[in-house]
Ligand binder design. Structure first.
Ligand code: GLN
Length: 199
């Protein structure tokens, strides 16, 4: 049973998991790097970081890590997925198509914001839900995917123009941007609260 001081797992195959470790340490949370399924035992939450989703999938091949991640997430483990992490979780991935873990009821297009504008800091519109407040949220986008459809179990918590960029499906929080790169991000605060509420 994950106890009060159980660590949050960081999928550490590749990508910016170290930035997540720093952001969570600032909130008093312990973290553990996850590279094999045995690293999943007794976690209080899980972060799927940004990076290259294709590389992460390749590194998961031939082991039970992907299947065990799906089982933990379906079992209600709180998850923060950012950028490539959202691509890993989505029900369907396009541009180019790619297999995925399929636990988040959303369709995403990879690298959808074009070459010139692919990386940017953007002011996001927030829905005042889950204690996120009403202030505009900063979104750091790095070759981000675009969410083109969400299922009825998904709440859209923030948008960039018309595009959903922050999603919640139960204990899954999914951001196409990088809240771990914004000091004091309310998104990381919300994830820390979800972990505590589940613990
Ligand atoms: N474009 C990357 C991918 O497809 C995601 C970029 C990111 O995570 N910053 O995996």
């Amino acid at each position: 049973m994950p106890g009060r001081w159980a660590p949050i797992g960081l999928l550490a195959l590749q990508g910016d998991y170290a930035a997540h470790a720093r952001a969570l340490a600032e909130r008093g949370a312990a973290t553990r790097e996850v590279r094999t399924s045995s690293d999943l035992a007794g976690l209080a939450g899980l972060v799927l970081p940004g990076g290259e989703s294709t590389t992460m999938l390749t590194l998961m091949e031939g082991s039970d890590l992907g299947a065990r991640l799906v089982a933990e997430i379906k079992g209600g483990l709180p998850v923060l997925a950012t950028c490539a992490g959202v691509i890993l979780l989505a029900r369907e991935v396009r541009l180019p198509p790619q297999r995925s873990l399929g636990v988040l009821d959303a369709v995403v297009e990879r690298n959808a914001y074009g070459r010139q504008l692919d990386s940017a800091v953007v002011s996001l519109t927030v829905r005042d839900r889950d204690g996120l407040g009403t202030d505009a949220l900063e979104g750091v986008f790095i070759r981000a995917p675009r969410v083109t459809a969400v299922g009825t179990s998904v709440e859209v918590l923030a948008t960039r123009g018309d595009d959903p960029v922050l999603l919640r499906q139960g204990a899954i929080l999914a951001a196409t941007f990088h809240p771990e790169l914004t000091a004091g991000s309310p998104v990381v605060d919300l994830f820390a609260r979800l972990v505590r509420a589940a613990g």
